[in-house]
Design a protein around this ligand. Structure first.
Ligand SMILES: Cc1cc2nc3c(=O)[nH]c(=O)nc-3n(C[C@H](O)[C@H](O)[C@H](O)COP(=O)(O)OP(=O)(O)OC[C@H]3O[C@@H](n4cnc5c(N)ncnc54)[C@H](O)[C@@H]3O)c2cc1C
Length: 487
C-alpha cells in the first residue's frame, strides 16, 4: 500500500500505468517482494480490449508464476487446449501436443473481459493498490529523472504520485512512452495481415478432442483459426490481407460467408455454430520496438514491443515482461543508479527473448500461400516426436533451434521433388533462406536495441501513430539511445 500523502502527493516505491497483462504481473511481483506499488488504469474492470487471446503453456506458466493460475482455473474453468493442429489446403500439416512448461501442458483462450479482471484481483490480493478509472496525464520529472505521475482519479480530481520508478504498462498507445520521449519506436515493421473474429457457440461436445485443440488452417494466402473458449464458446478468426478488415466492416456477414468458402476445414469445424457476438476487425497491428528504459522509467508489455498477433505471443510476452521486471527491480528500488542499470539489463534480456519471435511473426504476416519448403519442414518435424512447430509457437525452442539449416535443405529438396513449379519454389526458398541467414546474424550480434532493418523480415512501415495529447516534460530524455525513427 502507498504511504500517507506528502505535500499533495503520495509516495510509493513504484507506480504502474496499466493494469492488464504487463502491469498486473509487475505489480504482483513488486507487492510480493514487500514493495509499495500503485497501479492506475483508466478502465474499470471487467473491461474488454481488442485481442484474440490465444495463449500457450508458457503463458499459462506465467499465470502460475504470478500466482493467478488457480483463480483463473477455478473461476473460468477454461478448456485445456493440449494440442495444436495445422492444416495446409485440406491436408493435415501437423497435429502436436504442447511441450509442458513448469508442468503445464495446455494453453487457454480467455476473453479479456473475463481474464483481465482476475489479473487485477490477483495483484490486489497480493498487496498492490489497484486503482481503476484513473487516467494518467503526465510523467513528472525531477532533476532529469522520472519521479512520478499526475493523473485524474475516478472523480475527475487531478492527483500526483511520487515514485522511485514509473512503469509504463499502458499498451501500444502508451502515455508514459510519449511522456518520456520514447513514443517513436527505433524499429517498426508493417503488418501484412489483419484480424477479423467473432465468438460462437461451439458445436463440438464439451470434453471432445476438438475442444482440446487449437486449430489453424492455411488455405491459399489466408489463415483461419478456431480457439475453444470457456462457456461452450469458440473464437473464430480469419487473418487474410490487412485490407480485409475494411471489407469485414463494410459487410460483415458477406465477408464471413466468403471466408467460410475459402476455408472449408474451418467451415466444417464450426458447422452448426451459432454466432454470439458481432464481428470485430482490425488492420492496424504493425510491429515495433521502443526504447524501454531510462532514468526512473521503464516500459513493459505492448508499451515496449509489439509483434504481429499472427503467432499469438503478445499476452505471454507482456506477462513475462511484467514478472521479470518486477523481480529485477524489486530488490534495488532504494538505489536509483542500481534500479536504472537493472532496468537497462532487463530491457536487453527482454529484447533477446522476443527478437526471434518477432522475426517469426514478420514472416507469417506476409500474405502469401504457405511456402512449399515451410510446408515440407513442418511435415518432416511432426511425426517422429522431434521438436516441432508447436515448440516454436509455444516458445520452448526458437525457430532457429527447430528449423535448422539441415532441415531446411531436406525440406527444400522434398519441395522441389514434389512441387509443380520448381523455378518458383527454388526462387522463394532461396530468398527465404537468405532472410533467415540475416536474421541469424542479427540474433548472434545480441545488440542492445537492435535497430535492423533485416531485409526480407522487417517490412517498410507506414506512418507512425500520432502521440497521445498531454503535456510534455522539458526534462524528458529527448533521444533514446540508438533510436531510429521510421520514415
Ligand atoms: C487484434 C489483436 C489480437 C491479438 N491476439 C492475441 C492473441 O491471440 N494472443 C496473444 O497472446 N496476444 C494477442 N494480442 C496481443 C495482446 O493483446 C497484447 O500483447 C497484450 O494485451 C499486451 O498487454 P499489456 O498489458 O502490455 O497492454 P494492454 O492489454 O494494452 O493494457 C494496457 C492498459 O493500459 C491502460 N492505459 C492506457 N493508457 C493509460 C493511461 N494514460 N492512464 C491509465 N491507464 C492507461 C489501458 O486502459 C489498458 O487497460 C492481440 C492484439 C491485437 C491488437
Amino acid at each position: 500500500m502507498s504511504e500517507q500523502p506528502l505535500g499533495g502527493s503520495e509516495r510509493v516505491d513504484a507506480v504502474v500505468v496499466g493494469a492488464r497483462c504487463a502491469g498486473s504481473a509487475a505489480a504482483a511481483m513488486l507487492a510480493d517482494a514487500g514493495r509499495s506499488v500503485i497501479v492506475l488504469d483508466r478502465a474499470r474492470f471487467p473491461a474488454d480490449t481488442l485481442s484474440t487471446h490465444a495463449m500457450f503453456p508458457a503463458g499459462c506458466a506465467e499465470f502460475q508464476r504470478i500466482g493467478a493460475l488457480p483463480r483463473i482455473l477455478d473461476e473460468l474453468d477454461p478448456p485445456r487446449l493440449t494440442h495444436i493442429q495445422m492444416t495446409f489446403g485440406g491436408e493435415t500439416g501437423t497435429r502436436e501436443r504442447w511441450e509442458p512448461v513448469d508442468g503445464i501442458d495446455y494453453g487457454v483462450s480467455l476473453p479479456r473481459n473475463l481474464l483481465d479482471v482476475l489479473l487485477v484481483e490477483n495483484a490486489r490480493e497480493r498487496g498492490a493498490d489497484m486503482r481503476e478509472g484513473c487516467s494518467v496525464q503526465s510523467v513528472d520529472f525531477e532533476h532529469g529523472r522520472a519521479a512520478g505521475v499526475s493523473y485524474t482519479d475516478a472523480d475527475g480530481e487531478l492527483r500526483r504520485i511520487r515514485a522511485r520508478l514509473v512503469i509504463g504498462a499502458d499498451g501500444r498507445r502508451s502515455t508514459v512512452a510519449a511522456q518520456v520521449g520514447a513514443w517513436r519506436p527505433y524499429r517498426v515493421s508493417r503488418n501484412g495481415r489483419g484480424l477479423v473474429f467473432r465468438y460462437m457457440g461451439d458445436p463440438a461436445a464439451e470434453h471432445s478432442w476438438q475442444r482440446r485443440t487449437m486449430w489453424q488452417w492455411r488455405d491459399e494466402d489466408s489463415l483461419a483459426f478456431a480457439f475453444p473458449n470457456p462457456n461452450g464458446r469458440v473464437l473464430g478468426l480469419f487473418m487474410g490481407d490487412a485490407d480485409e478488415a475494411s471489407e469485414a466492416r463494410a459487410d460483415p456477414e458477406a465477408y464471413w460467408e466468403r471466408k467460410l468458402r475459402q476455408h472449408p476445414g474451418f467451415a466444417e469445424r464450426i458447422a452448426g455454430a451459432t454466432a454470439q457476438t458481432k464481428i470485430r476487425s482490425t488492420g492496424d497491428v504493425q510491429a515495433y520496438w521502443r526504447a524501454a528504459s531510462g532514468p526512473g522509467w521503464v516500459l513493459a508489455g505492448d508499451a515496449n514491443h509489439f509483434k504481429d498477433p499472427v503467432t499469438g505471443q503478445g499476452m505471454g510476452d507482456a506477462l513475462r515482461m511484467g514478472r521479470t521486471l518486477g523481480e529485477a527491480v524489486a530488490p534495488l528500488l532504494d538505489d536509483y543508479a542500481a534500479t536504472d542499470a537493472a532496468a537497462r539489463r532487463w530491457e536487453h534480456e527482454t529484447t533477446r527473448h522476443c527478437l526471434h519471435a518477432y522475426h517469426f511473426a514478420n514472416s507469417d504476416t506476409i500474405v502469401r500461400p504457405a511456402p512449399a519448403t515451410f510446408r515440407e519442414a513442418v511435415r518432416l518435424l511432426g511425426p517422429d516426436g522431434q521438436p516441432g512447430l508447436s515448440h516454436v509457437i509455444g516458445r520452448t525452442r526458437t525457430f532457429q533451434q527447430v528449423i535448422t539449416p539441415r532441415l531446411m535443405l531436406r525440406a527444400m529438396a522434398r519441395a522441389l521433388r514434389h512441387g509443380p513449379d520448381r523455378g518458383r519454389i527454388l526462387r522463394e526458398s532461396l530468398a527465404d533462406a537468405a532472410t533467415e541467414l540475416r536474421v541469424r546474424r542479427e540474433l548472434a550480434r545480441d545488440a542492445f536495441r537492435p535497430a535492423g532493418p533485416v531485409t526480407g523480415s522487417d517490412h517498410p512501415p507506414l506512418e507512425w501513430w500520432r502521440a497521445p495529447a498531454g503535456p510534455r516534460s522539458p526534462q524528458q530524455d529527448p533521444i533514446p539511445e540508438r533510436e531510429r525513427a521510421p520514415t
